[in-house]
Design a binder for this molecule. Structure first.
Ligand code: FNR
Length: 376
């Protein structure tokens, strides 16, 4: 189908599946074990309903907002996904350019196919970029990576904390990772490549399972970048992150690729907002401690639900990979344009002229929790 026939972000997935090399499809689409969490990520949004307001002047709607103090045209960001060149020879650089064009922020992954410097050099002057960090067992290497990122102007360090070991993604494991080449792993992952069990296993053995709370103060001592923990999955850890002076957390289960039966980010969001309010008197969205969500976000309505519940912004991963794997850069351009159009229409229908008008009472999340969360 031509791009003009692509009407929503889901469409990219089915086209990508049909046209992508099997190995690349397996790596991008796979999730842990029985793939229950990946389904739940999107399904959770189906348990949240809107309570729109009427008769508000919505002639002009403005869905721009800020993330860590930086302007974004919509409350989304392009989250970090490894091995960008599996789907297209230009890899993550496509996302860098699309981010610039649409005024959104890209999070550069540690395991990008393009080199870090290539992605920073590929940005426009003043373009804000974040960096996702996998912490190496060798802290000397980690320190160098972090300080290099800061020196190149990275505005936020997202430390991935949900991957002490990579999850079992069986669809991916059935493919042998044969990439000698160029294309697929940049230097970060080259050292310890085990080619027998899929792309994910092949590139992940340097990650330190010993990473723990005591390390966070070390990170604060080596960088001034705001630190955000990516992969928080319960309010207790969000509270600890706040107490340790983090700038925020991403409530995420890594797109369902790590612990299967992890709950969805948006469900965790609701519990974090409740407990951080009760125990630390915080209200959200909050400038000093920002809550982000990712996983299964495919519609502007999903984003608006998370924003209503208190998220500063949400991360979107696979749809952009599918978009460029199927259609190249124009695919990502189209994906962002679709989101833009969806925001405009849905904010009108919601009766919210600006993002600040998207309030908790505009959603009914009373059935969000698929189980009862005990308050100790
Ligand atoms: C990821 N994700 C991820 N996260 C991370 O911290 N470091 C990484 O290297 C990767 N790599 C990666 C590769 C691929 C192919 C996918 C699909 C995901 C997780 C990612 O940042 C994010 O949490 C999810 O992708 C969000 O879910 P959706 O939007 O893909 O449903």
């Amino acid at each position: 189908p031509s791009l003009s026939e692509i009407l929503n972000l889901h469409d990219f997935e089915s086209i990508a599946k049909a046209v992508m090399p099997v190995k690349a499809w397996a790596y991008y689409s796979s999730a842990a074990d029985d793939e229950i969490t990946i389904r739940e990520n999107h399904a959770a949004y189906h348990r949240i309903w809107f309570r729109p307001r009427i008769l508000r002047d919505v002639t002009n709607v403005d869905f721009s907002s800020t993330i860590l103090g930086h302007r974004t045209s919509m409350p989304i960001y392009i989250t970090a996904t490894a091995l960008g060149k599996l789907g297209h020879p230009d890899g993550e650089l496509i996302l860098t350019r699309a981010a610039a064009q649409h005024g959104v922020i890209q999070m550069i992954p540690t395991l990008a196919s393009c080199s870090f410097d290539e992605l920073v050099d590929g940005a426009r002057p003043g373009q804000v970029q974040f960096f996702q960090l996998y912490v190496n067992k060798d802290r000397g290497i980690t320190k160098r990576i972090v300080q290099h990122a800061e020196s190149r102007g990275i505005k936020g360090l997202f430390i991935t904390v949900d991957a002490p070991q990579l999850g079992r993604r069986e669809k991916d494991m059935r493919q042998k990772f044969e990439a000698e080449d160029p294309a697929e792993v940049s230097k970060a992952g080259k050292d310890l490549v085990d080619r027998s069990q899929g792309a994910a296993r092949a590139i992940s053995s340097f990650i330190d399972p010993g990473l723990n709370w005591a390390d966070l103060q070390w990170f604060k001592s080596i960088t001034k970048m705001p630190l955000i923990l990516k992969g928080v999955q319960c309010w207790e850890d969000a509270l600890e992150a706040y107490d340790q002076g983090m700038a925020g957390v991403v409530l995420s289960n890594h797109g369902g690729r790590q612990l299967d039966f992890s709950r969805s980010g948006v469900e965790i969001l609701a519990e974090c907002v409740e407990h951080l309010k009760e125990k630390r008197g915080l209200s959200f969205p909050n400038e000093k401690f920002q809550l982000f969500v990712d996983g299964g976000v495919r519609r502007a309505t999903d984003v608006l639900k998370a924003v209503a519940l208190g998220a500063t912004a949400v991360g979107i991963g696979r749809p952009f990979l599918y978009a460029y794997s199927a259609y190249g850069p124009e695919g990502v351009d189209r994906a962002l344009q679709i989101l833009h159009d969806e925001f405009e229409m849905n904010m009108r229908l919601l009766g919210a002229p600006t993002i600040k008008d998207v309030l908790p009472e505009m959603v009914d999340a009373s059935n969000l929790r698929s189980h009862i969360v005990a308050v100790p």
